[in-house]
Design a protein around this ligand. Structure first.
Ligand code: OGA
Ligand code: NI
Length: 364
């Protein structure tokens, strides 16, 4: 790509600037094309006629979970089997830490474009880190109505502080405080998952040495045509689990459940946790990494804060033997080195469940 093309891309695709400069005009490349009627954002918002609603998404109590409470572990197992998603309450993260992340991010996205572009993804050579559009993979694809700040937060030794925002004041520290709390919580959930998968408590976490975590702050500006575009197109997350903080007052996240899109109603001060592809492969599909997306709305910008917790890149992932034996299931996923899987999944646009499909046996 020439430098002209690169410059062009960054200006044209900055969604916040588009929304600000000409709110009523949405460029063609953001319009959804060739998608089924039931996948259109508009038709899914009135999803009251289905057998379930957002009220049904399981709610897990973190403090019970971390004390080894049997019932709560069963709830976790069921949540991962039947939904691939749950809300996490009673996690003990201080309100100021959550608010600090939200306030700092709001101020960051309000900065002038040139200021944010000092840490542009396009400038950060060799690493998809910094500010910009998270999923620009090919010229033809439909673009998401969102911008993002992407940072590799763990392990410490891979942090590149030159890609971290220096303004607003205190933001770096707020990110640091938030990331360290989410890491603590993520590790504890992985310990619990090790138990629900029939292993000793630390086995699963042991496959995450130098635990890797990537933070993505999504910024979805208001959109004058919320029925024609998506803030984040349908995708599944590639890691072990994702820990997401939503804003309390704006609905945006939707998950696919039996062919329907179900909105995840924010619960103040909670996290939304979901199963990623790695966990699906280890569990031979007992736990499913399900598709999800974010819709836009006409009146308000929405931020969300996703932390992806990933296995070690050298770990060879395949379904655990004891799970195959105890369930009598045939092996559905072939062995794959996680680093290779990740590279493949980042190369392509995150199109739904394409990635785990590729890892499935029979698709070489
Ligand atoms: C993600 C994601 C959901 C949201 O960043 O991978 O799915 O609610 N975010 O913004
Ligand atoms: Ni996601």
């Amino acid at each position: 790509m020439s430098s002209f093309d690169t410059a062009n891309l960054s200006v044209e695709a900055n969604v916040q600037e588009l929304a600000r400069s000409n709110p009523l005009k949405i460029p063609e490349k953001f319009f959804l094309k060739n998608i089924d009627e039931q996948d259109m954002p508009e038709s899914t918002l009135a999803n009251t006629s289905h057998d379930f609603s957002f009220d049904d998404i399981p709610i897990i109590d973190f403090s019970l979970l971390s004390s080894g409470h049997e019932e709560e572990l069963k709830k976790l197992d069921l949540a991962c089997k039947e939904w691939g998603f749950f809300q996490l309450v009673n996690h003990g993260v201080a309100g100021e830490v959550l608010q600090g992340m939200k306030d700092g991010s709001a101020k960051f996205f309000e900065l002038p474009l040139e200021e944010k572009n000092k840490i542009s993804i396009l400038a950060a050579k060799g690493t998809r880190e910094g500010y910009g559009q998270a999923h620009v993979a090919t010229e033809e694809q439909t673009l998401d109505w969102s911008d993002a700040l992407l940072l590799k937060v763990y392990p410490f030794q891979i942090r590149k502080l030159e890609n971290w925002p220096t303004t607003p004041k205190g933001y770096k520290e707020a990110i640091e405080a938030y990331a360290s709390e989410v890491k603590r919580i993520g590790e504890e959930i992985i310990r619990s998952l090790s138990l629900t998968m029939g292993m000793e408590k630390d086995v699963l976490l042991g496959l995450h040495q130098d635990l890797r975590a990537t933070l993505r702050v999504n910024y979805i500006p208001p959109c004058s045509m919320p029925d024609k575009v998506l803030g984040l197109s349908a995708h599944a997350d590639a890691g072990t689990i994702t820990v997401l903080m939503q804003q309390d007052d704006i609905i945006g996240l939707q998950i696919r459940k039996q062919g329907h899109w179900v909105s995840v109603q924010p619960i103040p001060n909670s996290f939304v946790v979901n199963v990623g592809d790695a966990l699906e492969m280890w569990s031979n599909g007992k736990y499913e990494s399900i598709e999800h997306r974010a819709v836009t709305n006409k009146s308000k910008a929405r931020m969300s804060f996703a932390t992806f917790i990933l296995p070690h890149v050298d770990v060879e992932i395949e379904p655990f033997d004891h799970i195959l034996e105890s369930t009598g299931m045939i092996q559905k996923y072939k062995k794959v080195k996680y680093g290779d899987y990740l590279i493949q999944s980042l190369k392509r646009k995150m199109e739904g469940k394409e990635h785990t499909q590729n890892a499935k046996l029979g698709n070489t």
